[in-house]
Design a protein around this ligand. Sequence first.
Ligand code: FAD
Length: 447
Amino acid sequence: TATNWDTFSTALGDIEVIRDRNQLEKLSKDYYHFSPVLQKQLADKVADIVVRPQSEAEVLQVAQVCVERQLPVTLRGAGTGNYGQCIPLAGGVVLDLSRLNQVKWVKPGMACVEAGAKLAAIDKVTRASGWELRMYPSTYRTATIGGFIGGGSGGIGSITYGQLRDRGNLNAVRVVTLEDQPRVLTLRGDDVQKVLHAYGTNGIITELEIPLGPAYAWAEVIVVFDDFMHAARFGQALGEADGLVKKLISIQAWPIPSYFQSLKPYLPTGKHAALLMVAEPSLELFEALVKAWGAEITYRKLAAEAGKGTAIAEFTWNHTTLHARSVDPGFTYLQTLFPYDPELTLVEHMLNQFGDEALMHLEFFRVEGKVIAAALQLVRYTSEARLNEIIRYHEAKGAFIANPHTYILEDGGRKTVDLDQVNFKAEVDPYGLLNPGKMRGWLERFN
Ligand code: FAD
């Protein structure tokens, strides 16, 4: 039977609902259009209604009404995900958590925040007491912490602290269930893994305890190189220089720097560029490293200045794709993890193998103490078949691809069903109402 959205809204009392068609379209989408494959599959998906609670108590109330009516519920933070994670495949309710945005407390090394708080806003608050977010995506100005935990993986800061999923980067979460009688559960310690990067398929995160790092004044620096592999190996060396405090090491092959309009004066034609964030106290000895590598610094902005204008971070990670696509919408991208190898042999192989078809940029991060190169290559899209061929070639050579061209949780990142996550869903979402169609492990239970 068709849902009566009038009586549904009435049952929610004072909780904000949105039914304007244009708004519904907007609040049903993310940055899935970076992928021509997802573009085709998801363009017509839209919610019937958006609900925007302001407190955990209101979230509980929405959960109750949705369970009673057996409605699909898809969670949304800021909608900056790349794989259609927050797109409601079955319509129904989009639950927008952006109004749950309080920072509840900050203690040395830890903050307690509501799920809809924006990352940049959290960072601003914690900095006032000398602490900062350990890592954030390049979308930190708009993205929420709940969405980062639900759909992200890491980013600026991962060169020091690893990825979100690494033990120690998320301390605790409060989760609202979709049982007949919705409850609030607290997951602590390793139990947080049950909902981490689960696309909001197994619980509504309302509050999180996030470990922090000591706050630094971050200088922005650009270093340019004649040879890409020299630049890449410099990136590896900086990553391994444990005494130098840094937050970002992004190595961009020419012609990618030509897509960064506002940085143009610092990016000479034909040169490969390292876009970096280095702690101010480390700058002097960092410059000694640059000198040893025979490279040239073209840009150096101290933290006070860097706070104004577009941050250098907003040209790196997947923002590179954003800038490239604004110049040439024919670009899509890959997400590649290269195996640990300080010589970067496989990076060099792929560079030569694909040339202009897959432009290389490396984002360095730390995995269990080792400095690893990830790449978000810009691919000139010709067909889905060719894209898959490029992916398979990488995998055959030993590179891991976190496929950004699928909205299925397991097919993107981990490739295997996480039984703890599926079992947790069975417990807290027995009717399978949360973000239906995204978790393969759940779909397979019934086939
Ligand atoms: P949404 O897109 O709103 O949601 C993401 C997922 O989390 C969805 O499945 C949603 O259902 C779920 N979710 C949202 N809120 C909750 C909640 N309260 N409880 C449970 N589940 C929830 N990602 C990175 O990891 N690193 C990067 O460097 C990075 N760079 C990017 C650059 C660009 C240009 C773009 C477009 C995206 C980038 N992303 C990156 C992806 C994305 O921006 C981040 O992961 C971001 O943190 C997502 O936050 P959001 O609030 O927009 O989440």
